[in-house]
Design a protein around this ligand. Structure first.
Ligand SMILES: [Zn+2]
Length: 287
């Protein structure tokens, strides 16, 4: 693969750089986005771990005539989005790192680490990048909106294929649904996920993400119609094909869904630990 073909240009000065990362199946790569204008550049996310990925980035910076590579913006601090920070800071010691306050303490290096709050705008040359707090996948998740290009870099709020993982203790379904709604309010032509291809029908994808979660919530209440179920019984009902190695992750996502149903007073917790059992609210009252 030539160096050039490793960059996909979404809009003038907005490029996707897809590199191998230690991420979750079905993905094996994480997207970084290089935003450049007037010789200045920032990079959104750095999930790579190979020196070769750093070389690819350096070649791209040269080819795009970037004289000031000023910052890394993190959508969130899961390892598959920030494992490359060490490599980057070694190569560019003056680089600033921006992260939402909720995840500030999770970043290993505090060298040039800065907090980026909701609605704050950053300039890259003449290009405006707006940070939008979009929790749900993680508590300090940020999306980066480029209003002039109608592009949003949505991190792990969406995925190029399938859905993203929302699980306890990191994940929160109510927050997630609100975050999807925030993105739906933006003027968008493209939705750029943390993993997989850029999405050209952004509103369809956002609607699909929302209905996927809503149907999972409904599946749980349907499964509880007959009788209260423990967490593992619910797992067998909702994720019957999940391999044993993934059972813990399936449980975490079920717990996030159950938390949402409990906060909506649809489901109640009858047990003394997280294994439940769980019951529908109306049924529990009738008994
Ligand atoms: Zn993540």
């Amino acid at each position: 693969m030539s160096e050039e073909s490793k960059l996909e240009t979404l809009a003038p000065g907005v490029h996707r750089l897809e590199r191998p990362s230690h991420t979750l199946p079905p993905f094996q790569t994480t997207n970084s986005f290089l935003i450049e204008n007037g010789g200045v550049a920032v990079l959104v996310d750095a999930g790579f771990y190979e020196k070769e990925s750093l070389n690819t980035l350096q070649t791209a910076l040269e080819r795009l005539h970037v004289s000031f590579f000023k910052a890394i913006l993190l959508t969130h601090t899961h390892n598959d989005h920030c494992e490359g920070l060490g490599l980057l800071q070694e190569a560019f010691p003056d680089l600033s790192i921006y992260v939402h306050g909720n995840e500030y303490s999770r970043v290993e290096t505090h060298h040039n680490l800065k907090v980026l709050e909701d609605k704050r705008s950053l300039m890259v040359g003449d290009k405006v990048i707006q940070a939008i707090h979009t929790p749900g996948h993680s508590p300090g998740h940020l999306s980066f909106y480029l209003p002039d290009d109608a592009v949003v870099l949505a991190g792990d709020l969406v995925a190029g294929k399938g859905s993203t993982w929302i699980g306890k203790p990191e994940g929160n379904i109510s927050d997630y649904l609100e975050s999807i709604e925030k993105l739906r309010q933006l003027k968008l032509k493209q939705l750029a996920p943390g993993h997989g291809e850029v999405i050209k029908e952004p509103y369809n994808k956002l609607n699909e993400m929302r209905s996927h979660r809503l149907s999972r919530l409904e599946q749980i209440t349907t499964a509880l119609q007959e009788k209260p179920l423990s967490l593992s019984q619910l797992r067998q009902a909702i994720y019957p094909d999940v391999p044993v190695a993934m059972a813990k992750m399936a449980d975490s996502s079920l717990l996030a869904l159950i938390e949402k149903l409990m906060s909506d007073f649809k489901v109640m917790h009858l047990g003394s630990n997280e294994d439940g059992p769980y019951a529908l609210h109306s049924k529990a009252e009738a008994n």
